[in-house]
Design a protein around this ligand. Structure first.
Ligand SMILES: [Fe+2]
Length: 392
């Protein structure tokens, strides 16, 4: 049985469990048993019940079948951010899912759990196994694929287990969870809102409190990377306009597609490419109080500071095959984005981002690899990131 806690709109903490039995289990809340409600009934491709219980604010202890559940902290100071964690089986790209070196998500999750975070944010793209492993390929032999529970367990729930036990999660949706791919599974298993009757690639943004600021989570499954049409731009603008950013005060945005990230353009040697074009077309709608945008999609660790705007952090390094590391300059990134930039840095290494708030209130972003060592450490000062030396 998989069990976890996730945070939904308004900061509501939800205990979820996947169970094979005929009924949902009880949660013991501060010594009192409470039955979980049925969220989704079994069906052939998802044969387990999805059960849920809203954890009342102020709950001090909660457990299912003797296993303690992690409870939310009012003011998280240590936050793990990761994304793009599944094992890629698509067309001719066959990652060796059975090899911890080639697909290290289980190690990344275990090391991140060792850091005892208060909160985990998954920035989307959980499921990468889209085709059958070819006969004779030992690297991925017997891997499940497609949007079914077996695939979700292999690509996400099994390797993520120690990190699911360590802290409550915020579950953002990636383009791998679009309706054409694993969207049905995402809406059933991980989205914090009730299961909708049909699948939509635009479920609308929601906000939750994060200490003194707001965290806005945007469903970007329908965002377009390149050459967006007028309709694509209108959708992105409508989604950003609907985001419940606070009128005053500061906020962070979680969006799988980064509006301000770059990668190497594999079709034009030496050039940079900036995906997330439809969301970038809505940048004028981001309020001045947005300090930080947390994204994945690009399979790199990246920090970009806009001259007049937030820091874009990307942590698409959870386990899927990495993108080639570009050498970034602020000018080069500014040209690719069409927006003035004062700082840009990228690194191709598996791992996660650990955000820690220091005593002076400044957040420090550590890139940690699957062994838990720090590859890059940057203080996110108001004027821009200040980074320590890279360790090879
Ligand atoms: Fe993606």
């Amino acid at each position: 049985m998989a069990a976890w806690v996730e945070i939904g709109p308004g900061g509501q903490a939800l205990a979820r469990a996947l169970v094979r039995g005929p009924a949902c289990p009880e949660v013991i809340l501060d010594g009192h048993a409470q039955l979980m409600a049925l969220r989704a009934t079994p069906r052939p491709s998802f044969p387990e019940r999805v059960c849920e219980l809203v954890l009342p604010a102020g709950t001090r202890r909660a457990s299912i079948a003797g296993h303690g559940l992690p409870l939310p902290k009012a003011d998280p100071k240590r936050i793990v951010v990761l994304g793009d964690s599944g094992c890629r089986l698509k067309k001719k790209v066959l990652q060796a899912c059975n090899d911890l070196e080639a697909w290290p998500f289980a190690q990344v999750a275990a090391r991140a759990a060792d850091d005892a975070p208060d909160l985990v944010i998954h920035v989307g793209d959980y499921v990468y196994r889209e085709r059958e492993c070819p006969e004779g390929n030992e690297g991925c032999a017997e891997s499940p694929f497609g949007d079914r529970l077996d695939t979700w367990v292999a690509d996400f729930f099994a390797p993520a287990r120690p990190l699911l036990a360590a802290a409550p999660w915020i579950m953002a949706r990636g383009n791998h969870e679009s309706c054409q791919r694993s969207g049905g599974g995402f809406l059933r298993l991980l989205d914090p809102r009730p299961v909708p009757p049909g699948c939509s690639d635009r479920t609308g943004p929601y906000a939750l409190p994060l200490g003194s600021r707001s965290l806005v989570v945007l469903d970007s499954a329908g965002a377009v990377d390149e050459r967006p049409t007028a309709a694509d731009l209108a959708h992105a603008r409508a989604d950003v306009a609907a985001a419940p950013f606070p009128r005053d005060g500061t906020s962070w945005l979680v969006s799988h597609h980064p509006p301000f990230g770059v990668e190497m353009d594999l079709r034009r040697k030496g050039q940079l490419r900036a995906p997330g074009a439809s969301l970038r077309g809505a940048r004028d709608l981001l309020p001045a109080g947005v300090e930080l945008i947390l994204s994945g999609h690009i399979h790199l660790y990246e920090l970009v500071k806009l001259e007049r705007g937030p820091v874009q952090a990307i942590a698409g390094t959870g386990g899927t095959e990495l993108d080639p590391e570009p050498a970034l300059t602020a000018d080069g990134v500014a040209r690719a984005l069409g927006v003035p930039v004062t700082f840009a840095r990228a690194r191709a290494a598996f791992g996660y981002l650990l955000l820690e708030r220091e005593a002076d209130g400044v957040w420090v972003a550590d890139l940690r690899d699957e062994r838990g060592s720090c590859a890059l450490r940057c203080r996110l000062e108001p004027a821009g990131p200040r980074c320590g030396a890279l360790r090879e």
